[in-house]
Design a binder for this molecule. Structure first.
Ligand SMILES: Nc1ncnc2c1ncn2[C@@H]1O[C@H](COP(=O)(O)OP(=O)(O)O)[C@@H](O)[C@H]1O
Ligand SMILES: [Mg+2]
Length: 233
């Protein structure tokens, strides 16, 4: 099985001022293979977002080894990291992070633009993705004309734009009511079941985590437990 993510003894410290250091991750070991739907649960402040930012190449570990797709990214240059990130990682955030005053269609086109895809192909691909997430009839709306759930659908379409190796979702339903959360979770299941996407979901909802394949529990910067979910195969 292809290893998408391989983390070994990942430590992250933040330095506040000159003397104060805060160790947030205390040596995380984690392997994620292709097609897995993994979730990470843990209380606020346990280090979930810090870990996701490292996995998503938005931040670097203080020490430890990180291989993405069997390539050591621990010491990669910033511009190389940015290239791997834009090609291999799709992000979904609690706050959607769509570009205001830009249509849903244009938002989904942005990562395709960075990937050097022509305008005609960008539009075609973005339309397909928005159809897949059930937003075919809202493609020309701007974020402020969309509901939270609709914005998150657009963000998921955008995350899928470059067919990344992994989708990282940091509390994607954190700002949504339970009915809308259900629809968003169903969409992640669809990406996983129908497209074989590798997904890492961060949530503090135990029930939502339970329906993924594998649940890791983070307490104070350490993985303290791992169990299989109802979606294990
Ligand atoms: N850039 C930063 N500088 C200093 N401390 C940070 C920074 N980012 C996160 N932290 C601290 O790291 C800890 C873990 O935060 P975070 O990863 O956001 O947790 P979670 O996502 O599980 O709520 C918290 O104590 C937080 O205050
Ligand atoms: Mg967080």
């Amino acid at each position: 099985m292809t290893n998408i993510i391989h983390l070994e003894k990942i430590v992250k410290k933040f330095y506040i001022g000159t003397e104060n250091e805060l160790e947030v991750l205390h040596g995380i070991d984690l392997d994620i293979t292709k097609g897995e739907f993994t979730s990470i649960v843990g209380e606020s402040g346990s280090g979930k977002s810090t870990l996701m930012n490292i996995i998503g190449l938005l931040d670097r570990p203080t020490s430890g080894t990180y291989e993405m797709l069997s390539v050591d990214v621990s010491n990669m240059r910033d511009d190389d990291l940015a290239r791997v990130r834009s090609r291999q990682v799709g992000f979904v955030f609690q706050t959607y992070n769509l570009i205001p005053r830009m249509s849903a269609l244009k938002n989904v086109e942005v990562p395709l633009l960075y990937a050097g895809i022509s305008q005609a192909q960008r539009t075609e691909r973005a339309e397909e993705l928005l159809e897949m997430v059930g937003m075919a009839d809202r493609m020309l709306h701007q974020p402020d004309e969309l509901s939270g759930g609709q914005k998150q659908r657009v963000a998921i379409a955008r995350a899928m734009a470059n067919d990344p190796a992994i989708i990282l979702a940091d509390e994607p339903t954190g700002a949504l009511d339970s009915k809308t959360s259900r629809l968003i979770m169903d969409l992640f299941h669809k990406l996983h079941d129908e497209q074989g996407k590798t997904i890492l979901l961060i949530t503090h909802s135990q029930p939502l985590a339970d329906e993924t394949g594998r649940i890791l529990t983070l307490v104070d910067g350490q993985v303290v437990g791992e169990r299989r979910g109802t979606h294990a195969h």
